[in-house]
Ligand binder design. Structure first.
Ligand SMILES: C[S@@+](CC[C@H](N)C(=O)[O-])C[C@H]1O[C@@H](n2cnc3c(N)ncnc32)[C@H](O)[C@@H]1O
Length: 419
């Protein structure tokens, strides 16, 4: 029976799997928060690079180190030229015609197989199986220079200090006169691994990283969770490695920006593996972004537990979580005071004058969103419009309040190589 074969094929190839942004590697937080934030920071340098190449009638070559399933391709081509006005069509900073080649390198054959399945049909995409722990491998050294040397989502945390300095030195030497380097590590002082904060900061430290979050909560205890070492870094540790690579190569590097990614919603907030006091923020924020799913907004409130002896971290996290809590409580209050029949909002207090400006802006934005769309009757306006906007306001708050020192799940540095 041809129908039976067709349905069986669809089921066995995963094409009939239920798609949800609530869990998995490509959950809503990864797509709508983490990838987007990385893109926002990358935007100015990428725009400049593309313009410069265009003027010289040249195109861009990208090297994605530790590319996994080729994730850097979508991330980089998803960066937009600017925040578009409401009537504008969004344009990519790097359109496919401006890419000369994208080369992904990874040590893991299974991930590369997946990368080939996703991107193998694009003629200018190439994947190479190789090891980056001894510097740039010979297979890459033999390639023409690249314009972007890219890593994402903690890849450089697989390497120790000396291996990283060697890799960066090789990149500096291999690069053309002008290029970008994006280095992505795990941050040392994320709240999700507060149990590890006491490790001496003057020594490099590798945590035993458990990918427990890929299992549903009820299976985590029984599952055979893989554990491997990943290095946690501060911004000072990154700067130290960059300076050593500068000395070794005699090439000047300009830091463009650093950012903490996922202070509020690191993947281990939900497992509690390294801090049992963490609330399950990632699940809650995934739910904010999911269509037709209403979120219990109380589940977004963080009851921060300070760690004695770490005043500067406690002061930052107190301020940070009190601000996100204030935004969430304000939204709960707005929703409770909104009369959707009359389309009127009554009796809600304004943000207090001494709140940080970004918190005031976020609170005012939520007020205007609820006032503007709360009356809509079709579709679930709370789940489909108001909750995602709360997600974006929380994201903006994280962008504005972060210290860029390693207080998030990820710590990323963008650098310009100028010879
Ligand atoms: C945290 S994952 C990031 C994957 C991908 N870039 C992403 O954005 O999701 C780290 C990647 O680095 C790869 N990796 C780890 N050690 C490596 C090595 N010595 N040489 C090459 N790749 C390595 C792993 O196989 C994995 O795909």
């Amino acid at each position: 029976m041809p129908e039976k074969k067709a349905y069986s094929q669809a089921a066995s190839t995963g094409k009939y799997d239920k798609s949800t942004g609530l869990t998995g590697k490509y959950d809503n937080v990864r797509r709508f928060w983490e990838d987007q934030v990385s893109g926002m920071f990358l935007r100015p340098s990428l725009n400049e690079l593309v313009e410069q190449k265009r003027q010289r009638l040249k195109r861009i070559r990208i090297l994605d180190l530790g590319c996994g399933s080729g994730d850097g391709y979508d991330l980089i081509t998803g960066v937009t030229t600017k925040d578009p006005g409401i009537y504008e069509h969004i344009t990519a900073a790097l359109t496919p015609d401006m890419i000369k080649e994208y080369v992904g390198v990874d040590i893991n054959q299974d991930l590369l197989k997946q990368a080939m399945a996703y991107y193998g049909h694009i003629p200018k995409v190439q994947f190479i199986r190789d090891d980056i722990s001894d510097g740039l491998p010979a297979s890459i050294m033999a390639e023409e220079p690249f314009d972007v040397y890219f890593t994402s989502f903690g890849t450089l945390s697989h390497l120790d200090h000396l291996q990283t300095v060697k890799l960066i030195t090789d990149i500096w030497r291999h690069a053309p006169d002008r290029a970008l380097f994006v280095g992505d590590w795990l941050g040392r002082y994320s709240y999700e691994w507060q149990d590890l904060w006491h490790q001496p900061v003057d020594k490099e430290y590798f945590m035993d990283y458990r990918i427990s979050y890929i299992y549903p909560e009820e299976e985590r205890d029984k599952a055979e969770v893989a554990v491997f070492p990943l290095r946690l870094v501060t911004r000072d540790e990154i700067v130290g490695m960059i300076e050593e690579a500068e000395k070794a190569s005699s090439i000047k590097i300009k830091p463009v920006s650093f950012f903490d990614r996922s202070i509020l919603i690191g993947r281990h907030m939900d497992t509690g593996d390294y801090n049992k006091n963490c609330p399950k923020m990632r699940g809650a924020v995934n739910s904010l972004f999911e269509g037709y799913v209403r979120t219990d907004l109380e589940s977004l409130l963080v009851d921060y537990v300070p760690m004695p002896g770490f005043d500067h971290l406690n002061n930052f996290f107190e301020m940070f979580f009190m601000s996100s809590n204030a935004l969430v409580k304000h939204t709960i209050n707005l929703l409770s005071q909104y009369d959707s029949e009359a389309g009127v909002l009554d009796g809600v207090t304004d943000p207090l004058p001494f709140y940080p400006d970004s918190l005031k802006e976020a609170m005012n934005s939520m007020r205007r969103v609820i006032q503007g769309v709360g009356w809509l009757k079709w579709g679930d306006v709370r789940a489909n419009v108001i909750e995602p906007q709360l997600g974006y306001c929380l994201r903006k708050l994280e962008l504005d309040l972060q210290p860029r020192q390693g207080m998030g799940h990820g710590l990323v540095g963008i650098f310009e190589i100028q010879k």
